[in-house]
Design a protein around this ligand. Structure first.
Ligand code: G3P
Length: 216
């Protein structure tokens, strides 16, 4: 399972990429807007911080505009993945961009039928938004399970990128289903390795070791 950071915070990306456990980054217009940086400068810097796929989202709403913006974004770096929304225009743009060997992440996916169309459009990744479905009382993880089953049935090449992840439970539930990628905020990334019993156990080991006077 690949772990992407869902972030446009360069400091956070640099800090967590240093773990060697970050396989890529996803951004979206809201995250980019909050960064206060120019889009191309921000994406350029992120593509240098991680070797893996870096999603940069188009803002045009028509296929022609999305394709033009996607081609421009893809030129920034080889690991740029163009993000398009799961609309009919986005699907048309996905079809065109993927035919030009440009990686495409089809985002804002909220239904199994949408995910099927993303795969048929040649998407590299599809991003079902788990948390936002949960937020409105639906079962986001059930959608992930359904997509995984249908994608396996038809041997679709599109990778499932579980997005809108709210907490560590989403991560292991997605892993148990067998998603290809989870994209997670820095806060959730840090929660993955933190456990009070690990901290308590380490403290106890260090206390006993110090008392022993032994050295390695
Ligand atoms: O960036 C895509 C997705 O992960 C954002 O989800 O619900 O945290 O804004 P959300």
């Amino acid at each position: 399972m690949m772990i992407f950071l869902d972030s446009a915070d360069l400091k956070e990306i640099e800090e967590l990429a240093a773990t060697g456990l970050v396989d890529g980054v996803t951004t979206n217009p809201s995250l980019v807007a909050a960064s206060g940086m120019s889009f191309s400068e921000l994406i350029t810097k992120i593509t240098k911080l991680v070797e893996g796929p870096v999603s940069a989202e188009v803002t045009a709403l028509d296929a022609k505009g999305m394709i033009a913006q996607g081609r421009k974004l893809a030129k920034i770096a080889e690991n740029v993945t163009v993000k398009v929304p799961l609309t009919v225009e986005g699907l048309k743009a996905c079809k065109a961009l993927s035919a030009e060997d440009i990686m495409v992440n089809v985002t804002l996916c909220f239904s199994l039928n949408q995910a099927i169309l993303a795969a048929k459009a040649g998407a590299t990744f599809v991003s079902p938004f788990v948390g936002r479905l949960d937020d409105c009382g639906a079962d986001g993880m059930q959608l992930i399970e359904d997509i995984a089953k249908v994608y396996e049935t038809y041997a679709f090449d599109t990778l499932i990128l579980a997005a809108s992840i709210r907490h560590p439970q989403h991560v292991y539930e997605a892993a148990k289903i067998g998603v290809d990628v989870v994209t997670i905020p820095g806060k959730v990334f840090r929660q993955l390795y933190t456990h009070p019993l690990t901290d308590l156990g380490l403290d106890a080991f260090m206390k006993d070791w110090k008392k022993s006077g032994l050295e390695i």
